[in-house]
Design a protein around this ligand. Structure first.
Ligand SMILES: C[S@@+](CC[C@H](N)C(=O)[O-])C[C@H]1O[C@@H](n2cnc3c(N)ncnc32)[C@H](O)[C@@H]1O
Length: 367
C-alpha cells in the first residue's frame, strides 16, 4: 500500500510532502559522527524547499554555529508553478515583512539566506535568516538557481520525486556534494545505477523515513524512500557478517535457502540469492541480490558488476530470449496467450518452467 502511494505520488506529480525534523537529524548526525567537520566552512544550498516551514532549513539554521557553516541558502518554488493546488494564503511571516510584494507572492520563488548575526544578539541562528523574492519561480533548472548551485559546496534536500533523475543529473553535472531523498526504485534508473556501480554515489545511513508531512498537516506513508549521497559515512565500510554457502544451506532462517541448492540463472552466469543475509561468504562467482542489498553494501567487501536489465548494458547476459520463446514461456506458465518479458530480468528454471525473479543487482566478492 505504501509503495502504491509512492508511485501514485510520482505519477500524479504530486511532489508536495515534507520531511520531518527527526528524520533529517538522524541522517545528518550520522555524517557528523563520522566527521564533525563535514559542513565546516561550507556553503550549503537547500533547493526545492519551503524555507518558511522547512525542517531542512530549521536544522541547518539552528546548528549554523555548531556545524561551522559559511553560508546557508534555501530556496522555494513559486506557489503558482506547483502542480499541487491548494487554497493558499501568504502567511503573516511574509505579509508583515517589509519585503512583501503581493504581485510576486504567488509567481516568484523565495530565497532565504543565513550568513551572520544580522540581529546582533550574539549568536547566529534561525532568527538571523533573511529572505527575499527570487527573480524567477525558483525552478532548480533555472539559470538563477543553477548559479546558486555552482556557488554551493553541498546540496541537501528532498527533491520532487517526479524530477528525481533530472535533479540528480543537475547535481552531478556541477560535481557537487549532496545528501538527498529519493524513491528506492531510483537505484535501478539507468541514469542512477552506473553512478552507484562506480562508487560515485551511495545510499545514506538511515533507511528513508516511513512518513512525511502533507500540506494539510496530515502524514503521508512512504514505504520505499532512502537517502542518496556522495558524502562519506562510516557505516558503508562495515562488512556484512555472512555464513558460507554450506552454513546457509544448513542453518538459514529462510525456507527458500535451507536444505536447498543455490540456483543458477538461465540467462546470467550467476546464482540467485533472494535475501541479502543469505549471500554466501565463500562464493567466488557473480550473485544476483535484491536492490535492498545496497543498504548494506560495503565496497571493500563486494564489487557491483551490473544489474539484470533489458539492454544488457553491463554485458553480463549469457542468453537473449527470442520473442517466440517469451510467448511460449507465458503460455506454459499462465495457460493463456501473452509475452513473458524474460529479457528484463534474471530467469530461473523451476519445474521445467521459466520464472523471472525480482529486480537483482549482480555482485561479486572483492578479489
Ligand atoms: C518532496 S517536496 C519536499 C520539500 C522539502 N524539501 C522538504 O523535504 O520538506 C519537493 C518540493 O519541490 C518543489 N518543486 C517541484 N518542482 C520543482 C522544481 N522544478 N524546482 C524546484 N522545486 C520544485 C515542490 O513544490 C515541493 O515543495
Amino acid at each position: 500500500m505504501a509503495n502504491k502511494n509512492l508511485s501514485r505520488a510520482k505519477n500524479a506529480k504530486n511532489d508536495e510532502f515534507y520531511t520531518q525534523f527527526a528524520d533529517i537529524e538522524k541522517e545528518l548526525n550520522a555524517y557528523l559522527d563520522y566527521d564533525a567537520d563535514t559542513f565546516r566552512g561550507k556553503t550549503v544550498l537547500l533547493p526545492c524547499d519551503d524555507p518558511e516551514w522547512s525542517n531542512f532549513t530549521r536544522f541547518f539554521a539552528q546548528k549554523f554555529e555548531i556545524l561551522g557553516l559559511k553560508k546557508l541558502i534555501s530556496t522555494s518554488f513559486a506557489i503558482k508553478s506547483k502542480t499541487y493546488k491548494t487554497k493558499w494564503q501568504p502567511t503573516p511571516f511574509e505579509t508583515e515583512n517589509p519585503n512583501y510584494n503581493a504581485d510576486k507572492s504567488k509567481t516568484h520563488g523565495k530565497i532565504f539566506t543565513l550568513i551572520h548575526d544580522s540581529n546582533r544578539n550574539g549568536k547566529i541562528d534561525i532568527e538571523d535568516l533573511r529572505w527575499n523574492y527570487l527573480e524567477g519561480n525558483g525552478d532548480f533548472r533555472s539559470d538563477e538557481i543553477k548559479r546558486l548551485r555552482d556557488g554551493a559546496d553541498i546540496i541537501v534536500t528532498n527533491p520532487p520525486f517526479s524530477l528525481f533523475r533530472e535533479f540528480l543529473a543537475w547535481i552531478v553535472e556541477a560535481d557537487k556534494q549532496f545528501v538527498i531523498i529519493g524513491n528506492m526504485n531510483a537505484i535501478t534508473y539507468k541514469e542512477v545505477f552506473p553512478l552507484i556501480k562506480e562508487n560515485k554515489i551511495w545510499l545514506g545511513v538511515s533507511s528513508g523515513a516511513k512518513e512525511y508531512l502533507k500540506p494539510d498537516g496530515g502524514f503521508q506513508k512512504m514505504g520505499n524512500t532512502c537517502w542518496f549521497t556522495n558524502l562519506e559515512h562510516g557505516r558503508r565500510h562495515r562488512p556484512l557478517q555472512l555464513m558460507t554457502m554450506a552454513e546457509n544451506i544448513k542453518f538459514s532462517k529462510h525456507k527458500e535457502i535451507r536444505g536447498k541448492e543455490y540456483q543458477k540463472y538461465d540467462n546470467y552466469d550467476a546464482i540467485e540469492v533472494p535475501f541479502t543475509d543469505a549471500i554466501p561468504s565463500d562464493y567466488e562467482g557473480v550473485m544476483g541480490v535484491p536492490i535492498s542489498f545496497l543498504d548494506k553494501y560495503c565496497p571493500e567487501q563486494f564489487e557491483i558488476m551490473g544489474m539484470c536489465e533489458n539492454e544488457d548494458l553491463y554485458q553480463l547476459k549469457t542468453k537473449i530470449y527470442e520473442s517466440a520463446e517469451c510467448k511460449q514461456a507465458y503460455f506454459d506458465k499462465f495457460g493463456k496467450k501473452g509475452t513473458y518479458d524474460l529479457n528484463a530480468s534474471g530467469v530461473l528454471i523451476k519445474n521445467d518452467l521459466y520464472e523471472k525473479v525480482f529486480q537483482r543487482i549482480l555482485i561479486r566478492k572483492k578479489q
